[in-house]
Design a binder for this molecule. Structure first.
Ligand SMILES: Cc1cc2nc3c(=O)[nH]c(=O)nc-3n(C[C@H](O)[C@H](O)[C@H](O)COP(=O)(O)OP(=O)(O)OC[C@H]3O[C@@H](n4cnc5c(N)ncnc54)[C@H](O)[C@@H]3O)c2cc1C
Length: 398
């Protein structure tokens, strides 16, 4: 049994704790936030691969208790014409269906699950530095405390302190070229949309998506190309002002998007789409990165959380199956790096491309990748995410 110091109690950190605990290890999670309160109220979709990863460490049922299912996707053009309607993910497997939920809800469910299984989670523990020897690794926290283990898992997100320690001259997060608006509209009449459906709209200026919850609330996002929102702008601008800036970009289209935005109150936020360039160092002898700390992608593919959950499961399987720590970490990276870097590249491509502007031939084109994600896990991925299937060895294992 290894003592594992997990830095970060977000999605990746709590998931890793659950998976490592299942594999017989002893994780302790150290989270900088003073309480369980989450940051922003953005929502997210968890894809079928993320739900499968959760099932691997017995947390899918708990997560299926929050948010709502999404089983299909409709794609509209700027004139409101439906270009495609496709099933989404593994809609025939209830526990592997896509889900829409708030980020905070997912975090809260995973933290509750960590508590329920008796795994220690310490709040107000902000990592400041790491020391590593041949036999142990020690985390140093801002309050002067330390934690020592056999392995340290850096799950401390996009602005990771662990990554900076591992790779001081490595690249940091970069702006991916879009502002992303998120909102919840109750005032607007729910747009005509089937139950359990996400509607993606190829607007003339903005890529827009919306879902109507079972309670009749419209969850929406808009990806708007342009310069990043700077700190001053963010501090000065109210939700109503953001709404007034976004709505005119949507109004020329004959879609429900402008009305959805117009019907949104203060429940609206704006973020910059950021990503981490590929090629960062992921590990040393006793330290390894997972989740956004290792491979943050801009949100266009909607896979960040699902990738973090996959990481957690694969890391636990690698530690369970490999003969040494070094081999386990090498196997983990071997299985995770190509897939996560492909997600970064796909998301960056989608983020950089302007929405099509309405010629008939473009409008008739099939959905782009973001609108039709690789939503059916292939057989290799199914095996990778199955707890009982041993993790294949990496080529350089031997
Ligand atoms: C607005 C928005 C919308 C998104 N939508 C989607 C979506 O629809 N689908 C999807 O799959 N993904 C989505 N994502 C991406 C997804 O949220 C991330 O990929 C996911 O949260 C990554 O999880 P993580 O645990 O690696 O990082 P985080 O969730 O950022 O967690 C990192 C944790 O580490 C803690 N921490 C940081 N520094 C320290 C430190 N020094 N010491 C101790 N603790 C520390 C933080 O407080 C935090 O709790 C979205 C992201 C954003 C920002």
């Amino acid at each position: 049994m290894a003592r594992v110091v997990v830095i970060g109690g977000g999605i990746a950190g709590t998931a890793a704790a659950l998976a490592l605990h299942k594999a017989g290890h002893q994780p302790v999670v150290h989270e900088a936030h003073p309480d369980t309160g989450e940051d922003i109220g953005a929502f997210m979709t968890l894809a079928s691969n993320g739900m499968r990863a959760l099932a691997g460490f017995d947390a899918a049922r708990a997560v299926a208790g929050v948010g709502f299912e999404v089983t299909g996707m409709s794609v509209l053009d700027a004139t409101g014409v439906e270009l495609a309607a496709v099933p989404l993910g593994e809609s025939d497997r209830p526990l592997a269906r896509y889900r829409c939920l708030r980020r905070a809800e997912l975090g809260a469910v995973l933290q509750t699950e960590v508590d329920r299984r008796g795994i220690a989670l310490r709040h107000a523990a902000r990592l400041t530095s790491v020391t590593e020897t041949d036999s142990a690794v020690t985390a140093h926290f801002a309050d002067g405390s330390t934690a020592t283990g056999d392995l340290l898992v850096g799950a401390d997100g996009l602005h990771s302190t662990v990554r900076t320690w591992l790779d001081p001259s490595g690249p940091g997060p970069e702006y991916a070229g879009q502002r992303v608006f998120y909102g919840y509209s109750t005032a607007a009449p729910p747009p005509a949309s089937g139950p359990d459906l996400i509607t993606m709209v190829r607007g003339s200026e903005v890529a827009f998506g919306y879902l109507v919850s079972p309670a009749g609330q419209t969850f929406w996002f808009a990806r708007v190309p342009g310069p990043p929102v700077d700190a001053d702008d963010r501090a000065r601008t109210t939700p109503a002002q953001w709404r007034d800036r976004l709505e005119p970009l949507l109004r020329p289209d004959r879609t429900p998007c402008a009305d959805i935005v117009a019907g949104t109150g203060d429940d609206l936020l704006v973020t910059n789409a950021l990503h981490l360039p590929s090629g960062t160092r992921w590990r040393s002898r006793r330290v390894v990165l997972i989740g956004d700390a290792a491979h943050a992608a801009s949100p266009a593919t909607g896979q960040g959380a699902s990738m973090a959950l996959e990481d957690a499961l694969v890391l636990a399987k690698a530690l369970r199956d490999a003969p040494t720590l070094d081999t386990a970490l090498a196997r983990y990276e071997h299985h995770r790096r190509p897939r996560t870097e492909q997600n970064i590249a796909t998301s960056a491509r989608l983020t950089a491309s302007r929405p099509p502007t309405g010629s008939r031939s473009q409008d008739a084109a099939p959905p782009r990748d973001s609108e039709r994600p690789a939503n059916q896990p292939d057989e290799q991925l199914v095996r990778l995410l199955d707890w009982d299937t041993p993790l294949p060895e990496a080529a350089h294992d031997a």
